[in-house]
Design a protein around this ligand. Structure first.
Ligand SMILES: [Zn+2]
Length: 875
């Protein structure tokens, strides 16, 4: 998932047996009475009534003589169930546990049996189970398409299932559908029979052994285009009239599949791989890796040249690379239980970066990895963090496990281990792991065993330290000296923390930390730090620790060392420049060093630096600018500083995108305009005014990659006339993608009256069922308190707009930008009242982050102001 897949009978038997042998060690919420081997499921959806009829038979292996069998079911109305050909069993549903128990008239013997169910279920309006997405078709008529979303625990809303990842089985899915519509599932269509009444029965070919959460079904006025790659029928599916917009994603998939075939050493095992576009959005996820039938929301799958930004185009490639990586890591080999979700998500995140770097080296995706690491370290530095491998007991805990620690720390730790073992050993380990565990389930330990068997020495120790313990190591670089042409330095390991800085190095957690260090012109040297170490690098001069940025730790240099690196900044590789700055900013924010050290580095980036670096530095300035909301003079000083540093880049790029320019130039231009515009830059605002004038007479005047950027500036600064103009454009939009983008912009206004108007609009039918939550989230960026109070006052209504799996996290996200001292208590009171202890992780993280910011803000403002004063005098 992104919040970012023929089978012979003999293999089926072999794998199922292996799993039975392991079953005792695997956490489960179901009694060990029987294991499913094969499901046959037939559904008849009634899209208009939002219900469906279902019939299922399940071939099971009864493990011991039993009178009853319990499996998962949620929100299903089971009309009859029993043994195939036998009398009805007594059916008991447990809504809280989401299970159904069949009590049989007589005890079942151990061995094979076939269960039968007749039932009906609900079609939901947010992305859980079988769900509907409404949109206007190309002719402007209301249309509805159906999709499924089962990860983590929602296949049980579609059919009675053993809905846990370790219960792999095969699936035959069939459906009765309107004849003029297209249905898509994991596998190709085996047969389609016209029933002569406007409906057809569609039967899909049998899936391989797989977990329930990967089953998929979609139905609607859909179109598909396809191409062959590496013997696989690669396709994209979108609503009628939109499928050509998915061609970029189609071509990306056709490149990525052979690349992964080679990398994993196991060819993609299904005959086809589709990527299915859904209009609208979810607050929980952007795309889902269903085996053979990836689901992706339109904004990260379709390119509409009238509105798609360069960043969104990159996102389409990266998302495809992520979901396709899951076809191996997650689908072919699956974690036994959600404790090891990071095996899925960390790997897909790491692999997305690897594939993106391979196919688009000019994008400098390595810097994206640094950016991702930063956001996640913000969470991992708080006491509310958790280890990458975590205990998961309840459904609530499963949902909140899909967080940045799981994805991005997982990714960072894997990158570090690859750096430690070397690319070849690492890849050989993964190939071994894929071969050995294909169609089966694993734990993290199985992965380390495979990498060690491939020659990776001491991997387990480092891996355990970083996946079983929470938190971030701090490596202090001290006592640096030049000795006969070599640089020698002392490295000491402590712990980096934002809220427990009183923690001394002696009381810190201990990690075995692989460290790469180098002086500017020499080869990197590698060492591992356990407590303390001495590093020796060839050459004398500034010593860079964590060279290449593959290490998961923060580096705190002695002041003279940092000053030497600052002076040599322009000579460092872009990735190290970015890592050095982000480390320095985080260390200063958490009071390990003065803000001036970070700010000196921030201004050390020359105008001709990598556009990707400048792109990464602008939000750091934007954040500082935002912190001074109550101090116009300081904001003006920052704006002036930014204008001096980044003006030349904007001059070079201009306001208009050039044909075939490098992607990074396009990216940087959007961010320069956005950031400088937000800081009130005269040139940018004048251009925005000019464009607004054009827009008044021609709604298409801004079409192109910068349309969202300019509209956002207009939306942020809107008066009620401008806001009404944007709303009229949103109402008139002719595609779901454009419509949803424009409605979200209405939430960006600085004017509190317009922000309130946007919130009120979110409660109406106008923006569309899945856009309302995004609109509220947009309001929370500038008006967090307004947005939170609004949601608390309209909780029932707003809850309908948010996927069940994301509700607790949603309120936490709205509050994140608040600077109101009362917000933490307000959130806590709400969580106490409405959330179980297992489900409040995201809220507790936000509460903690708010408190830390409250406590550190005065120091940061004071130190930054002092630097701005001194700095402006010296220039
Ligand atoms: Zn994923």
């Amino acid at each position: 998932m992104r919040r970012g897949f023929w089978l012979a009978g003999s293999m089926l038997a072999a794998c199922a047996c292996a799993q039975v042998a392991h079953a005792a060690n695997v956490p489960t919420q179901l009694p060990q009475e029987a294991r499913p081997l094969h499901y046959s499921i037939e559904i008849i959806p009634n899209a208009q009534a939002l219900t469906f009829q279902g019939r299922a038979t399940i071939d099971v292996n009864v493990l011991r003589p039993t009178r009853s069998i319990t499996l998962n079911a949620a929100d299903l109305d089971i009309t009859s169930a029993g043994l195939e050909g036998g009398a009805d069993a007594q059916v008991r549903l447990d809504a809280k546990k989401q299970t159904v128990t069949l009590a049989f008239p007589a005890a079942l013997k151990a061995g094979p049996a076939r269960l039968r169910f007749t039932y009906s279920g609900k079609i939901n309006e947010q992305a859980n189970g079988l769900f509907a997405l409404d949109y206007k078709d190309v002719d402007g008529k209301p249309a509805r398409a159906l999709f499924t979303q089962f990860e983590a625990p929602d296949a049980r809303r579609f059919a009675p299932t053993w809905d846990e990842p370790n219960y792999k089985a095969t699936f035959d899915l069939s459906a009765v559908i309107p004849t003029r519509q297209l249905a898509v599932s994991n596998m190709p269509v085996a047969a389609r029979t016209d029933r002569g009444d406007g409906t057809s029965l569609v039967r899909f070919t049998r899936t391989p052994l797989m977990s329930t959460y990967l089953l998929f079904f979609a139905l609607g006025d859909l179109e598909r285009i396809s191409m062959q790659s590496a013997g696989v029928d690669i396709g994209v599916v979108a609503s009628h009239g939109n499928v050509e917009k998915a061609r970029y994603a189609l071509e990306a998939a056709a490149k990525i599949v052979p690349y992964y075939n080679d990398y994993f050493g196991v060819p993609y095992p299904l005959p086809k791989l589709d990527n299915v576009a859904g209009p609208g959005q979810s607050q929980f996820f952007g795309a889902m890796e269903n085996w053979g039938a990836i689901f992706t929301f339109e904004s990260i799958l379709l390119i509409d040249p009238r509105i798609t930004t360069p960043r969104q185009k990159q996102g389409i490639f990266v998302t495809a690379a992520h979901e396709i990586a899951h076809q191996w890591f997650g689908n072919l080999v699956t974690m036994k239980w959600w404790d090891d979700l990071w095996l899925n998500e960390g790997f897909a995140s790491w692999m997305e970066n690897k594939a993106t770097t391979h196919f688009n080296p000019e994008w400098q995706a390595g810097l994206d990895a640094v950016a991702g690491r930063e956001t996640m370290m913000g969470l991992d530095a708080l006491e509310t963090t958790h280890p990458v491998v975590q205990r998961i007991k309840t459904v609530d805990e499963v949902n909140q496990a899909f967080d940045q620690i799981t994805y991005q720390k997982g990714q960072a730790v894997i990158a570090m281990l690859e750096g430690f073992t070397g690319e070849t050993v690492w890849r050989n380990g993964l190939r071994r792991y894929m071969k050995r565990h294909a169609y089966a389930n694993t734990t993290t330990e199985d992965l380390w065993a495979a990498v060690e068997a491939a020659g990776g020495k001491n991997v387990r120790r480092i891996a355990n330290d970083f996946t079983k313990q929470p938190g971030i190591p701090l490596v202090r670089v001290e006592d640096v000296r030049c000795e006969v042409g070599r640089t020698v330095a002392r490295l000491t390991q402590g712990e980096f923390s934002a809220d427990r800085k009183s923690k001394t190095d002696a009381s810190a957690l201990r990690w075995t930390v692989p460290v790469v260090a180098q002086t500017l012109d020499s080869a990197p040297v590698r060492t591992t730090v356990q407590g303390r170490a001495t590093v020796q690098a060839d050459g004398c001069g500034p010593l860079l620790v964590n060279a290449g940025q593959s290490g998961y730790f923060r580096t705190l240099y002695a002041p003279a060392q940092l000053a030497a690196l600052t002076a040599a900044f322009a000579k460092l590789p872009a990735k190290d420049q970015y890592g050095l700055v982000t480390d320095a900013v985080a260390l200063a924010t958490a009071d390990y060093q003065p803000m001036s050290a970070a700010l000196d580095l921030l201004v050390a980036a020359p105008a001709e630096a990598s556009p990707r670096l400048l792109y990464g530095l602008l939000p750091i300035w934007g954040d500082l600018h935002g912190r001074f909301n109550a101090d116009a003079a300081a904001q003006a000083a920052i704006a002036k500083r930014v204008s001096v540093q980044f003006g030349p880049a904007l001059e070079r790029l201009g306001f208009v995108a050039k044909a075939n320019e490098p992607m990074l130039d396009s990216l940087l231009r959007t961010r320069l305009i956005g950031t400088l515009g937000a800081m009130g830059d005269g040139r940018v605002l004048a251009e925005a005014d000019r464009l607004a004038g054009l827009l008044a007479t021609d709604p298409n005047a801004l079409n192109g990659p910068l349309r969202q950027t300019w509209l956002r500036i207009m939306a942020v600064n809107a008066d009620s006339a401008r806001w009404a103009q944007l709303r009229t454009m949103a109402q008139a939009a002719d595609s779901a993608l454009v419509k949803s983008t424009l409605y979200q912009l209405l939430g960006a206004a600085k004017d509190p009256k317009l922000a309130q108007a946007a919130l009120d609009l979110a409660l109406t039918d106008e923006p569309g069922k899945t856009t309302s939550a995004a609109l509220i989230a947009q309001v929370s960026v500038a008006h967090p308190d307004l947005a939170v109070d609004f949601v608390l006052a309209n909780l029932d209504k707003v809850s309908r707009f948010v996927d069940a799996s994301a509700r607790n996290e949603f309120i936490a996200r709205l509050a994140a930008e608040s600077r109101n001292p009362a917000m933490a208590a307000k959130l806590a009171a709400f969580a106490d009242k409405t959330m179980s202890a297992e489900a409040r992780g995201a809220v507790d993280q936000t509460i903690n982050a708010l408190k830390v910011r409250q406590a550190s803000e005065p120091r940061i403002l004071q130190q930054t102001k002092a630097w701005l004063g001194g700095e402006s005098l010296s220039r």
